[in-house]
Design a protein around this ligand. Structure first.
Ligand code: MV4
Length: 451
């Protein structure tokens, strides 16, 4: 086992990883930017080292600086968390070259899955159902239109390097295809320096269902059930839960087996997520694979009883998985609400500033993952997520009741947050009935979706 791990991240997830290290008897090293001297991860780690100025590009994304810090602090491994360098194949490669263990899959796999059209092709060849559409990428509107005419409208035009809805357009018919293709491709060239596009059938009002998988170095792969992440605003997840209200044990078994097959097809190692779209007829289609631990991993931890960060560290150190598929049991229901420093009344504009007072809920089945504290100043340089409130109940209804109660107790003063918006979602009748798809927020909260 490692004796020291450097955490190449900040905030809530860095704190989460420090705690896992401490429980495992592993020393933790925090890295921090000049804006994060007083951030909880900096204060909580066994050691901390400044890696540069506030802008991410000069600190949390500065590969050379982070590798130099790892060598200087004599850490044997780096946990990248999510965001920042977590899905950067070049960084994983550099770690390998420096003889530092990157806690995640190999650079090869990160690279392969980062290319969405290649991932799609790999999955098709492995017999994993993908959204109907082309097998090969396209580079011109002319090629794209030919394919779209074959698939049948509406179609989704997607950038191969895309993510977070960037470089993505719907085309409803041949008359609007070219303009949408050009716009999507231009966005992709600007954002990702890549003109590679692919075309899929447009799935109307799908659910976003993702399966957590975990794999070791010996070819063992397990799935840990699904998370329903359909409630999103502008491609940002707002609330996640496990299990999904839409999935029967039979469907879970089939989708889970598919997720395991997808992971095995690429020789996957460490934690990963297979994203599916689930249509109204309960057909499921592979969409993307995320090669990192995700923000919403706690809901899976609550219903499986596993610690995914510890498991990541163990398999990265060469230990076999601590569980087989038969040991995985989904118990009860978990929901996570992301509490962000943003103002719903002002188009969810980020609202950094000083937190004057925090009071967090507690009790049976209530978990808080956060880095905030009284008098903490939220810097403007980074993501606005402040706190994840996660509850675990015996079933969906009791988890909803627990979340409503916990949200009511949570107090964050001094800055604007989306706490009231989360409360409105939990109290929404359609939400309570489990009627959630990717259009949930625009459908029930149109006032929050004005441009
Ligand atoms: C789709 C889709 C419908 N059909 N692809 C949005 C982000 C990107 N990762 C993929 N996305 C979608 N792809 C096809 N063929 C609908 C979406 C989509 C969506 C997906 C998951 C969660 C929220 C969403 C909101 C709008 C659109």
């Amino acid at each position: 086992m490692f004796s020291k791990i450097l955490i190449a991240n900040r905030g809530e997830i860095a704190v989460r990883i420090i705690r896992a290290c401490r429980e495992m008897g592993i020393k933790s090293v925090a890295v921090y930017s000049e804006a994060d001297r007083d951030c909880l991860h900096t204060l909580l780690a066994d050691e901390a080292i400044c890696i540069g100025p506030a802008p991410s590009g000069k600190s949390y994304l500065n590969m050379e600086q982070i590798l130099a810090a790892t060598v200087a602090m004599k850490a044997e491994a780096i946990h990248p968390g999510f965001g920042f360098l977590s899905e950067n194949a070049r960084f994983a490669e550099l770690c390998a070259k420096c003889n530092i263990t990157f806690i995640g899959p190999s650079a090869d796999i990160i690279h392969k899955m980062g290319n969405k059209s290649e991932a799609r092709k790999t999955m098709m060849e492995a017999g994993v159902p993908v959204v109907p559409g082309g097998k090969e990428p396209v580079y011109t509107a002319e090629e794209g239109k030919k394919l779209a005419d074959e698939i049948g409208y509406p179609v989704m035009i997607k950038a191969s390097s895309g993510g977070g809805g960037k470089g993505m357009r719907i085309s409803y018919g041949p008359e609007d295809f070219e303009a949408n293709f050009q716009n999507a491709q231009m966005e992709s060239i600007k954002g990702f320096s890549d003109d590679t596009m692919y075309i899929e059938k447009y799935i109307e009002k799908p659910r976003h269902i993702e399966f957590q998988i975990m794999a070791d170095k010996y070819g063992h792969v397990v799935h840990l059930g699904e998370r329903d992440c359909s409630i999103q605003r502008r491609h940002q997840k707002v609330l996640e839960e496990s299990p999904s209200a839409a999935i029967s044990p039979e469907l879970r078994a089939r989708m889970g087996e598919t997720a395991v097959r997808a992971a095995k097809a690429v020789g996957y190692e460490n934690a990963g997520t297979i994203e599916f779209l689930l249509d109204k007829h309960k057909n499921f289609y592979f969409m993307e694979m995320n090669t990192r631990i995700q923000v919403e991993h706690p809901v899976t931890e609550m219903v499986t009883g596993l610690d995914l960060i510890k498991e990541q560290i163990r398999v990265a150190a060469g230990e076999p998985l601590s569980i087989s598929q038969d040991d995985v049991h989904i118990t009860g229901h978990a929901i996570e609400c992301r509490i962000n420093a943003e103002n719903p009344a002002k188009n969810f504009m980020p609202c950094p500033g000083r937190i004057t007072n925090v009071h967090v809920p507690g009790g049976n089945g209530v978990r808080i993952d956060s880095h905030i504290y009284n008098d903490y100043r939220v810097p403007a340089n980074y993501d606005s997520m402040l706190l994840k409130l996660i509850v675990h109940g015996s079933d969906r209804q009791s988890a909803i009741a627990k979340m409503r109660s916990a949200l009511g107790e949570l107090v964050i003063e001094g800055i604007e947050t989306n706490l009231d918006f989360q409360y409105e979602i939990i109290n929404n009748e359609a939400y309570q009935k489990g009627e959630t798809d990717t259009h949930f927020i625009p459908t029930y909260f149109p006032e929050y979706c004005k441009e």
